[in-house]
Structures are given as C-alpha cells and as structure tokens.
Design a binder for this molecule. Structure first.
Ligand code: UD1
Length: 416
C-alpha cells in the first residue's frame, strides 16, 4: 500500500500544467459509441477513471489505444451491452455509458451504482429520462436493465440540473427519431464539451451551457476528432495549494473562465490573481482572511468538487469561514481527517464552520475520496512537519500523478 509523504512548509513557486478534464473525457468516451468507426480524443488525461472507461469500452467490444495524451477509440463492433459489477465498482460514473449503449444496442444492463463515499448516488433522473425516450427500464437483483425498440425524441424536464443525467439523455437522444429538448439541463462546461464532440460527430445538438439543450437524433459520421477542455478542478486544486502555502505559481493550459467562482473566492481571501487566455497566476500573502459563506451550487456557482480544497486553504485563514454543501449529502469526510492536523472545524448537517488556527501540524491521514484526498495533500503542504496521506488511489482517479505536478512547483512530496 503506497502513501503520499509530504514535508510541509515549502512555499510553492513555478509553473504547473493542467491536464484534460476528467469530467469531460468520461462522457466523451461514452459518446464515441454514437459513431460507428474511430474517434480520436486529444488531451486525454492519464488517470485511473479513464482507464476504467477504457475497460468498459473494451468489455463491450470496442478498441481503445493510447499514445501519450492522444487516444483512439474504435467503435465499429459493439458486441456486448452489459457492464458487470466489477467494472461499475471501479468508477460509479460508469452510469454515463447507459444511454449510449442502450441507443446503440437496444439493450443495456449495468449494476446499480448504489451509494458511495459522497452519500447516496441516485440515478432516478437518468432512468426517468430514458423512459421518456421510450425505453423500458427495470431493476432486478442489483442490476438496471434497459431495453428499447426505436427511441423517440421527447421533451424532458430534469428535477435537478444533474450533470450526468443531462449527458446520459443527450447521448441516448442521439439515437432517437425526432427532436429531444432537455429543460433544467446542467450548464457545466463539461456538458458543452460533450456537445462539441457530438457536433464533430455530425449530431445536431445545441444549447449546452444554457438550461435548455436540444438534440436532433440520427445523422452521424463514423468518428470525430476532439481536444478535451482543461480540467477546471485540477486547476482549482493547484490554485488552492499555492494559496495555502503563501506561494506564487502560474497554472498553464487552463481555461480561466471556467474557474471564475473559485478565483473570486481566492481573491477574497487576499490572493493576487491574474489571468490571460490559458494561464492563471496566483500569488498568496502569508496571512489569508476568512470568506463570506461558501455555498456549493451548480455551475456557474462554486463547485462542490472544489469545496474540500478551499476548506484546506481556510484552515489557517483569520476568522471563521462557513461552507454550505448543497450538492451532495455526505461531503465532509475530509473535514474529519483535517482535524488531525489541529484544524478547528464544526459540522452541523450541510454546514461546516472552519475557524482558522495559527499553525497546523503534519499528521497521518487517509484520503476519503478523490477531492477530499487532494484537499488533505494541500493541508499537509501547509502544515509543519511530516504528513502521510494513505489510500492515494482515490486521488489517482482524477489527477495525473499529483506528486510530480506538485514537485514541479517546489513541493516536498513523494510516493512511498
Ligand atoms: C458530476 C461530476 C462530479 C460532480 C457533480 C456535481 C462527472 C463524472 N462527475 O457528477 O464530479 O461532483 O457532477 O457537480 O461529471 N441526483 C439525483 N438523481 C439523479 C442524478 C443526480 O437525485 O438521477 C442528485 C445527486 O445525488 C446530487 C445532484 O443530483 O445531489 C447533482 O448530481 P449530478 O450533477 O448528477 O452529479 P454527477 O453527474 O453524478
């Protein structure tokens, strides 16, 4: 079992590149099934969740080969329509393959994603949307079974602007006869990136990035070429690491427009932030201030996926910062671990109150989940002494070798 060993106290300094977005590339890999030939995906991050998506594609008969950041997926022969529990367990967001497999094969079977480290992870909106497109959906002994003849376009209103349900519906709608209109759609940049890929495949789809997405099915090419957008959450993580260590770094290959809410929070704490078209420079002072309440919201609000990392920054900020987690029920497991560093955090339901302390002391901690694990790394960088973060495999799901990226900007961190 490996651990990330951090000697805290270095001020981060230098330049770090951001890889392609995990949450874009996963639905785009599912979307390769909309084409009947080869698709080329560039800026594809080398992370565990992408490997899990390749395993699903290969399991159902596709090919997937990587050459550095470029991936070629062959979707000419789809021979299976079931994702077994062993593959679902590797990545719960595999549910994103449901709509595409159903549309392509007329049947899709996945094991139910169930609960996870962030609390219950229902997929009712995904299933309701597929039913509205004409699928017959049943749940039997832990499996979700979807069958359809021809899917038909429909007007679908999501109960919440779910990122995954929007994407699954867009993918299934590509195979439907007629027009599908999704209302209360998620507006995340990753939804827009999926739309860009689908357009390159020849699908007539528009509106992503707004609350209404329209898809006209059934006119596609065999494959497409696409460059994945930068990972805004990885960029937010490095920005928070600089802020927590009084650092001064440049983040390259980023998309600053996708990070407005996070950069605004860091400015509010006293950091100097400047942006150019694909770069972010962040210089942090020694003492940071607390912030007005941070509420996680759907995009363009503050992202739930950066809540833990900003909390790590607030641990030593002067005053009290309250965090209100509105997206997931149980997303404070990192806060319990942060107390081991000497952090002062009170949790009441969906609110976490963080009162800054003068010093943090390095400690052995366990990564509870992907972003919570990254936040513990940030806390360890700003703590005095040695921190060991165990179960770094959670972090590897979404970061390309986080220790190498952080070492490039002066962190004393190694995997042992
Ligand atoms: C995606 C991201 C994840 C991010 C989340 C919110 C990917 C691969 N993952 O997850 O990193 O944290 O968006 O920005 O893109 N919900 C239901 N029923 C459903 C679907 C969702 O009740 O059928 C609820 C969820 O429990 C949650 C909320 O809707 O409370 C939003 O979840 P959703 O936007 O669907 O998140 P994911 O797509 O799973």
């Amino acid at each position: 079992m490996s651990v990330l060993r951090i000697a805290g106290g270095s001020r981060l300094n230098g330049s770090v590149r951001v890889h392609g977005a995990k949450n874009s590339v996963l639905p785009i890999l599912a979307a390769t099934l909309v084409g009947s030939g080869e698709s080329v995906i560039r800026n594809c991050p080398e992370i565990a969740d992408v490997e899990a998506a390749f395993n699903i594609l290969r399991h159902i008969g596709c090919t997937a080969r990587r050459d550095g950041g470029e991936v070629v997926v062959g979707a000419a022969d789809v021979t299976g329509c079931e994702i077994p529990h062993s593959l679902m367990r590797e990545m719960r967001s595999s549910v994103i393959f449901l709509g595409a497999i159903l549309g392509r094969c007329g049947k899709a079977v996945i094991s139910s994603p169930g609960g996870c480290e962030l609390g219950p992870r229902p997929v009712d909106m995904h299933l309701a949307a597929l039913r509205e497109l004409g699928a017959d959906v049943s749940e039997e002994s832990g499996n979700i079974i979807c069958r359809c003849g021809r899917l038909r376009g429909a007007k679908i209103t999501l109960r919440l602007p779910s990122v995954g349900a929007t994407e699954n519906t867009m993918l299934a709608a590509c195979f439907a006869d007629g027009t599908t209109v999704i209302s209360n759609a998620a507006r995340e940049p990753e939804n827009s990136d999926l739309q860009s890929f689908l357009r390159e495949l020849g699908v007539s789809v528009y509106g992503a990035g707004t609350s209404t997405v329209t898809v006209e099915g059934n006119r596609v090419k065999t494959g497409a070429e696409h460059r994945v957008i930068p990972d805004r959450i990885a960029a937010a993580t490095y920005a928070c690491a600089a802020a927590a260590t009084a650092g001064d770094i440049e983040i390259t290959d980023a998309e600053p427009r996708h990070l407005a809410s996070v950069l605004s929070a860091l400015r509010g704490m006293g950091c100097a932030v400047s942006v150019s078209h694909d770069r972010i420079r962040i210089a942090a002072p020694e003492g940071l201030s607390s912030l007005p309440p941070i509420s996680t919201e759907p995009y363009p609000g503050f992202p739930t996926d950066a809540q833990a990392q900003l909390m790590a920054v607030s641990l030593k900020a002067q005053g009290t910062t309250s965090f209100i987690e509105n997206i997931f029920q149980s997303r404070y497991a990192h806060a319990l671990e942060m107390r081991r560093f000497g952090a002062n955090i009170k949790i009441e339901g969906k609110v976490a109150l963080v009162t800054g302390v003068a010093k943090l002391a390095g400690a052995p901690v366990t990564a509870p989940d992907l972003r919570g694990g990254a936040a513990l790394v940030i806390a360890g960088l700003s703590a005095e002494g040695i921190t060991e973060v165990s179960e770094p495999s959670h972090i590897d799901r979404g970061y390309e070798c986080i220790e190498s990226s952080l070492r490039e900007i002066g962190a004393d961190i190694e995997r042992i």
